[in-house]
Design a protein. Structure first.
Length: 413
């Protein structure tokens, strides 16, 4: 994006401040962005996030009219925090229809192959707007790779606190963008991140709270654009199924549809279904217990990108307000969904297939509208990439090739 376009996006934001989700009457100025939840409503046992509020009465009547591509999520700048960091063309991802009419919102088409690019355009913009010399992020996956890209684009340094066993593709992203990677045990990431933020002035773009997940005030706003794009193509779906870790994507998509209702452009929001690994599922646990958040024991799962032991209040709001549910999906169900997507030409990370896996648990929709499953990232991000190299043909002749073809179920008649 050119400097002129960046200036236009910044000036056109209608963001007015930050508001507590714990008590919507508690409000804060837009700057500085709150990175540790609401200080007034949070307690030692529960941390409530904040969201960005807007001058909705001033939203241009033409904002949601069909419009030519303006490069990334900048088209929606009035309903986003000030986009002070240049973009990479994030957003505008395709909706792909499966043979049975289910739609897949394929977020792997973003610049770093995941939905996190929408979030990090906003969080790195917060860092630029705050005058920070760099950003710090705790992630061993999509979030870290994306944050490093947007930091590089904005000319900021990036420190990534990651596990020693990051997926090969993620490590390649981090190396390419010049991020400083510090391998740290998971439970020690957040104290070190606070020190880096305090000592170096780096802007934290990850969660800073332990009692419950609050995340960054600006980040989930970027996910609203998923809802805007779905609405532009399909209208309001009957339901949206979302792979869920901390629930930021779930909340952002719901909020985008809720804004369309507020602006008189939609009559309702879709039901939001949070799809979590069955072994942990902190959001489902919170909802079952009528709690704002929950902590669960660690449980093994191949869906590392959404393997969370702590939930946040954002997810509760999205499910409750939309009349949806939190679904527990097994690794076997996610594996089957991943194979189904691959059979349709879409290679998804195991975690990314959780939405389709959850949808397959439920009876077919009864005609209320289309059903959308968000697929969050590319299969390149999985841990096992590169471990299934094909065995060479020996000897390399037709007889050996024919044996392999028959074994694969290909008729040679």
């Amino acid at each position: 994006m050119s400097a002129a376009s960046a200036s236009l996006a910044t000036e056109s934001s209608l963001a007015t401040g930050q508001r507590s989700l714990g008590d919507p009457e508690v409000r804060y100025p837009l700057w500085p962005p709150l990175t540790a939840g609401c200080p007034a409503t949070s307690t030692a046992a529960m941390a409530y996030p904040v969201e960005v509020d807007y001058a909705y009465d001033d939203v241009p009547s033409t904002l949601f009219d069909p419009a030519p591509d303006r490069g990334g999520i900048d088209r929606w700048a009035p309903l986003l925090p000030p986009l002070r960091a240049p973009g990479l063309g994030e957003g505008r991802t395709p909706l792909v229809e499966l043979p049975d009419g289910v739609w897949i919102k394929d977020e792997s088409r973003n610049p770093t192959w995941s939905h996190k690019d929408r979030l990090n355009r906003c969080t790195v913009s917060a860092a630029v707007g705050s005058g920070a010399p760099g950003i710090v992020v705790a992630s061993s996956g999509n979030h870290g790779a994306s944050a490093a890209a947007y930091a590089a684009r904005a000319g900021l340094r990036c420190v990534v606190l990651a596990s020693a066993g990051a997926p090969p593709a993620v490590q390649s992203f981090l190396d390419a963008y010049g991020a400083v990677v510090l391998p740290v045990p998971q439970h020690e990431r957040w104290p070190l991140m606070r020190q880096i933020a305090d000592r170096l002035g780096y802007h934290p773009v990850s969660n800073l709270t332990a009692a419950a997940h609050t995340g960054h005030a600006f980040g989930p706003e970027g996910y609203k654009t998923v809802a805007y794009e779905i609405h532009a193509e399909l209208g309001v779906p009957a339901a949206v199924f979302v792979p869920t870790g901390y629930g930021e994507l779930l909340f952002g998509v719901w909020k985008g549809f809720a804004e369309l209702v507020r602006l008189g452009l939609a009559a309702r929001t879709p039901r939001m279904y949070a799809c979590e690994p069955a072994g942990g599922a902190p959001l489902a646990t919170a909802l079952d217990g009528g709690l704002p958040a929950a902590t669960v024991p660690e449980a093994p799962t191949s869906a590392y990108a959404i393997d969370c032991t702590v939930s946040g209040y954002r997810g509760v709001v999205a499910v409750r307000e939309s009349g949806g549910r939190a679904l527990r999906v097994t690794d076997a169900e996610m594996g089957a969904a991943r194979a189904e997507l691959a059979g349709c030409g879409l290679w998804a990370e195991v975690s990314a297939a959780a939405g389709l896996a959850g949808m397959r648990q439920l009876p077919p929709s009864d005609g209320e509208g289309p059903v959308v499953c968000v697929s969050t990232s590319s299969g390149f991000k999985d841990m096992d990439v590169g471990t299934n190299a094909p065995k060479p043909l020996s000897p390399p002749d037709w007889t050996t090739a024919a044996e392999r073809l028959r074994a694969a179920g290909i008729s040679l008649a």
